[in-house]
Design a protein around this ligand. Sequence first.
Ligand SMILES: NC(=O)c1ccc[n+]([C@@H]2O[C@H](COP(=O)([O-])OP(=O)(O)OC[C@H]3O[C@@H](n4cnc5c(N)ncnc54)[C@H](OP(=O)(O)O)[C@@H]3O)[C@@H](O)[C@H]2O)c1
Length: 249
Amino acid sequence: MDKILITWGTGRLWKACRKIFPDALYPSSKDMDITDPQQVKTYISQNKPDSVIHLAALAGIPDCEKNKEKAWNINVEGTKNILTACRDNSVSKFLYLQTACIFSWEDAPYDENSLPDPKHYYWFTKAIAEEIVKSYNSDTLTTLIARTNFTTMPWEYEKAFTDRFWTYLFAQWVAKWLKDFIKDNKWEKIIHICGERKISMYDYATLGWSKVWKMNLWDYSWPNLTRDMSLITKKWETYKIEDSDYNDN
Ligand SMILES: NC(=O)c1ccc[n+]([C@@H]2O[C@H](COP(=O)([O-])OP(=O)(O)OC[C@H]3O[C@@H](n4cnc5c(N)ncnc54)[C@H](OP(=O)(O)O)[C@@H]3O)[C@@H](O)[C@H]2O)c1
């Protein structure tokens, strides 16, 4: 199998990815700070991966609203730094994990041809990064954007929304999908990786054995959140969340 580099040390996909890609390189932000072009260049030229899966991001919505410069540097400049190092060091595949939140939240469900219309700074930086990823696609570097929404189990929070809907997936499905896809030679430019049905966050959170309290959008004041982020796909299969092992995320 290709030598794979996954840009992130401790994110939510950590456990699932380590199981699926035990031999991959997982630099933390200390090993390779993606906002430092020289460090990125050095790490990639020394380790010579064949494929890069780019997950590192400032991913919290309030975090990005409060720290816009940091969000821009990590999510936009950081993505550009990695792509440049990949291009200059003969990396052949670059996969960018994108959030479903780049859409307007009024016209769900969204397929691969839907147009991004981000409402918050996190989503804005991710949408700009997506355009940069597309612009680096070439005969020698194939780039792919995989849009998804996933989370780990048990549910990370005390409460979950009853009136926010997603086609959620467990992290383990996303990691498995990454493996299938990285082996594939015929890459689409944009793929949606999604569950087969729309589900509220609360129903999802309580699928396993989690003890979670109900909340709704009236209980939350800032920033405004998406009510329906459902994705559909015209290019890939969908996943049945009930087929997952809830305790294996
Ligand atoms: N969670 C979702 O539902 C979801 C859905 C779709 C797409 N995504 C995308 O999936 C990716 C991972 O999301 P997540 O929820 O796992 O995020 P997360 O838990 O917040 O993890 C983000 C990771 O980025 C790393 N990072 C931050 N700044 C960095 C820097 N300057 N240099 C190197 N690494 C840095 C962090 O590493 P350190 O801990 O070492 O700082 C951390 O491991 C993101 O691109 C996100 O947009 C997430």
